[in-house]
Design a protein around this ligand. Sequence first.
Ligand SMILES: *Cc1c(COP(=O)(O)O)cnc(C)c1O
Length: 366
Amino acid sequence: MTSSVTAIDKLIANTIRQDVRDTATYFVPDASGYIKLDAMENPYELPDALRAELGQRLADAALNRYPPPSYTTLKGKICAGLGVPGGYDVLLGNGSDELISIMATAVARQDKRAVVMAPTPAFVMFARSAGFAGADFVGVPVKADFSLDLPAMLAAIAQHKPSLVFLAYPNNPTGNLFDAGDMEAIISALGETGIVVVDEAYQPFAKKSFMGRLPAFPNLVVMRTLSKLGLAGIRLGYLSGDPKLLEQFEKVRPPYNVNVLTQVAAEFALDHLDVLDRQAEMLNAERARLAAELAALPGVEVFPSAANFISLRVPDADRACSKLRDEKVLIKNLSKMDKVLANCIRVTVSTPEENTAFLNALKASL
Ligand SMILES: *Cc1c(COP(=O)(O)O)cnc(C)c1O
């Protein structure tokens, strides 16, 4: 056995990129037996009648066939139901994670290293996908209140000339919406030299969007996902932007990247968006309740959130997380992610019962 381990080690050293070998595996904790408040999932399921109908639709899906390559019906429902401007199409991804990777790959030119930029702390996949695509990632720190440092962003843009800039709106892991005027200044500063992706993963909760601004900014791309709305399991992301730009990204997209079960489930869900929107309303109401109760706790600083999660600073994040784990509540410790997040934790807004369980366990840890 020892010799085969050596052989495989040599094989890996001879074949796998150094930066890949040096990268840590994306860690997802085992959540069985836990109240899962670490991944911004919607705790609600579809009502029974809809689930039964969806079951029938899935049973009728042609599993023996490749998906329709153009996804015309699904794209049509997205464009009609989700505010995509007239004359604009969408590109579909196996989650928005895949779209991030497609865009990073498309800009990672070979003659000189391309730069992908985002204000940090940011969604981890921006930097990971940039690296795997062969581009450099440059993070520009946000201010202590998590707002954009516009002068620093503009200086970094002038210095590094990024091909791709990600602005999550609202930002993850902080939860706040950046100032829309600052974002427009960044989009304008990049002009013909760089693409700005406004990542609206939390748009169902934030109710704010750059989608309507697409015609005004040819270098703007708006990306969203069905994940946080309640369909994280089906993996469907979409983005819109200038048709000529989409045509380029489309070449990098693996054909049939969205499978037929996802296609059928997404079409069904889009026909029942009102149900999902009502769930988002309930979560927004709970977000307000949870934020108010957290703000009343001694030593706790709650940051404003437009998403289905809340970031907060506690006296001792490690102690809070370990107490919460003892009480079978799983949340995210943000402390080690970034200087600005010292002693910060992030909790997904869930059902009233789960939120209360979190509050009680947190109180006991303070
Ligand atoms: C969750 C999240 C995503 C990933 O969405 P998927 O469609 O599930 O891959 C993208 N961007 C941000 C900012 C997120 O928080």
